[in-house]
Design a protein around this ligand. Structure first.
Ligand code: 13P
Ligand code: SF4
Length: 319
């Protein structure tokens, strides 16, 4: 017996998925938003490809009736929170995030209650329920700027990424109480293999996402969000980079700098652990299917939407 995806593949010539998706986009008056960690073929047909902050901004201002989110669950939830009356589709509802999984709302609520005087800044990689319990949301591209706007003397709880939190403490000189979560992809890089690559490639620069561990960040020539890394390789006079983030971003780097060389930072084990298994749950076939069937969609309660919207809108105003 064929699975639903196999049925569709036999129904639609795989080469035509692109055309079919573009036709459905017109019929639905939909916009396709994609994160840099998506498969190249998805990035290439999206209306917009960006980092978490840019995607939230696009979601906040789109005039489309339907938002098709080629990313992970927390990103599609953010789009829904900003557009409660729109249909928000996610090709695979199981496209989660290890950071969001590391921070269940009931435990986060306890954390807040144990620290009632603290201001709560939460990385956008968390569930809508956790957002609803937060004072301010941030992404890796605006976190430093937002922290600097919190009055000196106000104590801060930063969740859920301990690596990003530690990096921000170093950068801003601000003490924060950190939640103990991490990203399975950004904790996979091997320092030893990176050092060997740097020795084998004289002139190559290590660039890294701040979700990486401190011992990797200490060796990085430049640290930034996915969009900042992309901008950096364009502006840099260097022509070779070792890229310590999810490999999907290299597709855009090659597009904007075809003459430069991008080497994915290798993981500790001989595996594809530098690919996010959640992001990669979305495929072209599932994108087609979700648009054809108008499901799976993101559904959130009115209460969660109205509470989670406050710290997200605050972030958009402050960044
Ligand atoms: P940015 O796109 O904000 O750099 O975040 C990376 C990430 O891990 C998204 O899940
Ligand atoms: Fe989450 Fe890490 Fe995947 Fe980003 S790369 S979605 S932080 S698991």
């Amino acid at each position: 017996m064929k699975t639903e995806v196999e049925e569709i593949i036999s129904e639609v010539n795989p080469l035509n998925f692109r055309t079919e998706i573009l036709n459905l986009k017109k019929d639905l008056n939909a916009v396709i938003l994609a994160h840099y960690y998506q498969e190249s073929e998805i990035q290439d047909l999206a209306d917009f490809v960006g980092d978490s902050l840019e995607l939230a901004r696009r979601a906040a201002t789109t005039s489309a009736d339907v938002i098709v989110f080629a990313g992970v669950h927390f990103m599609a939830e953010t789009a829904k929170i900003l557009n409660p009356n729109k249909l928000v589709l996610l090709p695979d509802l199981d496209a989660g995030c290890s950071l969001a999984d590391d921070c269940p709302a009931p435990l986060f609520k306890n954390f807040r209650e144990e620290n009632p005087e603290h201001f709560t800044i939460t990385y956008i990689n968390c569930t809508a329920e956790v957002k609803a319990l937060s004072d301010l949301i941030c992404t890796s591209s605006n976190a430093e700027k937002l922290i600097r706007q919190i009055p000196e003397g106000k104590q801060i709880l930063f969740s859920p990424d301990r690596n990003l939190g530690a990096y921000l403490m170093k950068k801003t000189g601000r003490q924060m109480t950190l939640w103990n979560g991490s990203c399975i992809v950004h904790e996979t890089f091997s320092e030893k293999k990176i050092i060997n690559l740097l020795l084998e490639n004289p002139g190559a620069k290590l660039i890294a996402h701040p979700e990486c561990e401190e011992h990797i960040l200490d060796k990085a020539f430049f640290i930034g969000s996915t969009s900042s890394l992309l901008k950096y390789v364009q502006q840099s006079p260097n022509s070779k980079f070792i890229v310590a983030t999810e490999v999907g971003i290299i597709h855009q780097m090659k597009k904007v700098c075809p003459e430069k060389k991008f080497i994915p930072a290798p993981p500790e084990a001989n595996c594809a652990c530098n690919e996010c298994p959640h992001m990669k749950k979305n495929t072209l076939e599932k994108l087609y299917l979700c648009m054809k069937n108008r499901t799976p969609e993101i559904i959130l309660s009115d209460e969660i939407i109205s509470k989670a919207r406050i710290p997200i809108e605050k972030m958009l105003q402050m960044s």
